[in-house]
Design a protein around this ligand. Structure first.
Ligand SMILES: Cc1cc2nc3c(=O)[nH]c(=O)nc-3n(C[C@H](O)[C@H](O)[C@H](O)COP(=O)(O)O)c2cc1C
Length: 353
């Protein structure tokens, strides 16, 4: 078992071992939900928790500079907000100026965060143009300085990155470089920046990453990300590559809100619509606190909850025409009346394979 230098991540590893034993695995990996912009805010994290959430959550990314910048710091409050009942997530930041990360680390600590993840993989043009995200893969020294600065407040500082910027073989230099920065956790999305999410994740390099980690930084946890659908899928990947410590799941949650469930079972449409109702309520509370959000952003979630039920296709279509949460609730009430009997009895194995 890896001895982690960070108490935060050591606890994550230890707590994962409390889950039921997994056939074929000596060590149970921890599971995390990937940071996703406009998705993994406090509202959605609480919905996922209700559905049987992961061991660790990550916030959507926040510009390191904006956290303490006098003009921007108010606009990022919602991104960093954590509700009392929540497990404290890992805060993810992007940027490239060490002084921003240093200031942000103190601010995050004051907010109660214990861990801070640095985004070194985002392919978005606006981020790359500003020297952040995957651009750091082309600027090793900036990456090093940012990591060092982020450690200022004593938070557990981890890195999430890709295999390379344009070329896959960049990882042979980039990953060893990161492993030498004394970080407790390295997460690798198994693609290059150029590949975006257009090609299958390159699992063929996992064993090489494990070998590099074992050789250079045996105390650094290695987390694999990319195309992993759910817990079962992740466990299978770890059976094939037992050196993996953690599994990060992003888009799998769009196909199955129960992706992190420890013991997968069938779910009724009633259950998934209950999650949708919960999201509507939390969304209303959130917008009352932090101001209106684009309703379009909420709409992208609707299909998560009704996608597996063919007789609900009319509902799915109608939901897309709504413009506020009241209309959504009205539609759900109508649907409840129309399909009461069927909805309660129909179960479906929500599987993403
Ligand atoms: C809508 C969306 C938003 C994302 N936002 C972030 C982000 O804020 N920070 C980050 O490191 N990665 C972000 N990503 C990338 C994911 O964290 C993850 O690396 C990627 O989706 C691959 O994993 P998956 O195949 O499990 O989805 C985002 C991905 C999506 C689909």
């Amino acid at each position: 078992m890896v001895q982690v230098k960070s108490p935060y991540w050591q606890k994550v590893v230890d707590d994962a071992q409390k889950h039921p034993a997994v056939p074929g695995l000596e060590k149970i990996p921890f599971f995390t939900m990937a940071p996703m912009e406009a998705v993994t805010d406090s509202v959605f994290r609480r919905v996922v928790a209700k559905a049987g959430g992961p061991d660790v959550y990550f916030t959507e990314f926040t510009n390191a500079r904006s956290i303490t910048h006098p003009k921007a710091k108010f606009t990022v409050q919602g991104r960093l907000y954590v509700e009392e009942s929540e497990k404290m997530p890992v805060a993810q930041l992007w940027g490239n100026r060490p002084e921003d990360f240093e200031a942000a680390s103190y601010d995050l600590k004051e907010r109660g965060y214990e861990a801070l993840d640095l985004n070194m993989g985002c392919p978005a043009a606006t981020v790359v143009k500003n020297g952040g995200g995957s651009d750091l893969i082309r600027h090793f020294e900036d990456a090093k300085n940012v990591i060092a600065a982020a450690k200022a407040a004593g938070l557990a500082v981890s890195v999430k990155t890709r295999l390379g910027f344009n070329q896959i073989d960049t990882f042979e230099e980039w990953i060893p470089f990161l492993l030498k920065q004394d970080i407790p956790l390295l997460t690798v999305h198994m693609r290059t920046r150029k590949e975006m999410s257009k090609v299958p994740a390159h699992y063929e390099y996992i064993d090489r990453l494990i070998a590099l980690r074992d050789e250079i930084a045996p105390n650094t946890l290695l987390q694999i990300n990319g195309d992993i659908k759910d817990r079962e899928d992740g466990l299978e990947l770890v059976r094939q590559h037992p050196g993996i410590d953690g599994i990060m799941i992003g888009r799998g949650i769009f196909e199955n809100p129960f992706a992190f469930e420890i013991t997968p079972r069938e779910h009724t449409l009633d259950e998934t619509l209950t999650l949708l109702r919960m999201q509507l309520d939390l969304y209303d509370q959130f917008t009352a606190k932090f101001g209106p959000m684009h309703f379009q952003k909420l709409k992208r979630f609707f299909k998560i909850y009704v996608r597996h039920f063919s007789y609900a296709s009319d509902l799915r279509v109608a939901l897309m025409d709504t413009t506020n949460t009241t209309q959504v609730r009205e539609l759900l009430d109508q649907f409840d009346k129309q399909w009461a009997a069927q909805k309660a009895s129909d179960t479906i194995a929500i599987t993403t394979k």
